[in-house]
Design a protein around this ligand. Sequence first.
Ligand SMILES: Cc1ncc(COP(=O)(O)O)c(C=O)c1O
Length: 426
Amino acid sequence: MDDILTIEGVAADRLASALGTPLIVYSERALEDRLCEFKSSFRHAEFDTQVIYASKAFSCTAMLKLVENAGCGLDVVSGGELAAADNAGFPMDRVVFHGNNKTPDELRLALKLGVGSIIVDNPIELTEVERAAADLGVCAHVIIRVNPGIEADTHKYIITANIDSKFGVSIYERDTVFEMARRAENSRHMRFDGIHIHIGSQIFGIDPYIAAVREISEFVSELEKEVCGVKVLDLGGGFAAAYVDGETPLPVSDVCSQILDECYRQKKALGLSVEKIMIEPGRSVVAEAGTTLYTVGYTKKTANKKYVFVDGGMSDNIRPALYGAKYRCDAANKMNAPRSEKVCVAGKCCESGDIIIEQTLLPKLEPGDLLAVYTTGAYGYSMASNYNRLPLPAVAFVKDGKARCVIKRQPYEDMWRLDADLTVDI
Ligand SMILES: Cc1ncc(COP(=O)(O)O)c(C=O)c1O
């Protein structure tokens, strides 16, 4: 085996010298395959289905093109994500607009651009949607977000959990949801399409989804009896990715077929009029396709630890600092060297919590060596910051032995491009 890590036939050291580090490298094939796997698995003879990629996990023009080409929809949660979709020429009728606090301006932009659905979070927002739609002379397709009282966390789920979530209206506030559906249904400027739920993230098994489908189907059944038909059920995202050894998410095809089969069982058993089922995977589409390449700088021994410092950190991957996320790594230019040292991989930011991997075995590393941290494709770049004025990293897609840069490294000047000294007339 070669000493140099290759990704889709491209050597890591050549990528690093061509584009610099930190560099987030995506296997374009893995992205395409995963989108295609979701699209072909999430099908059912009795339902229309739609796979909506949650763009918060990773968004850039090249990624949005892959999503478009795969025939998937797009979940956006802000005016910025919406504008990025528009800028990429993404078909707006496939866009769903989420968020617990969309501003009137964001709602107007969404309606002007003609988004497919607005996922309405609360009654006040419904009023705002109606006002904006009336002003613009359009009809807003509305899906109401219900907090189903089920919270899934990796392998477990808890019923009646998180009733204080900031997202959606609790399933226990039945009358509020029913009244929202009634208002949307009866408005000249809105159409009530259905109900949305999202139960958590990094969910490995199927049980939480099955429990959620049962719970929401009962609710939909009551809603249909008392108010109106529900055409769409949007079940959100949360499908797991494998970050470290021993993590084995259920195959996408199993998750998809079991969810749809349960939806169909519930439709039959309760006589529901639901015609369309949607899901919104984010992490599971992009996480495993991404690898971050860092250049190693100094190493340091302390009383109890040996640190390996890399040229990025929480500025390009805040997940370990934010919620203790775990990662695997390799010395990308010493793939065959014995892993003789127990080290802590730390970044260069001025925070003690700026750790990428708390403890791992690596070969003895020198300044200039390359470190590859795997499974960094989701919520890495999209949560990146300019903390300590570190520039945002570059991003490359690799496929069939070729690489293309899809996001340029941020130049220093970009960080003070918006600095100003302007008198404000008040
Ligand atoms: C409403 C909604 N849909 C989809 C997603 C994507 O979740 P994941 O990346 O875990 O699949 C999220 C994540 O926060 C979400 O809040």
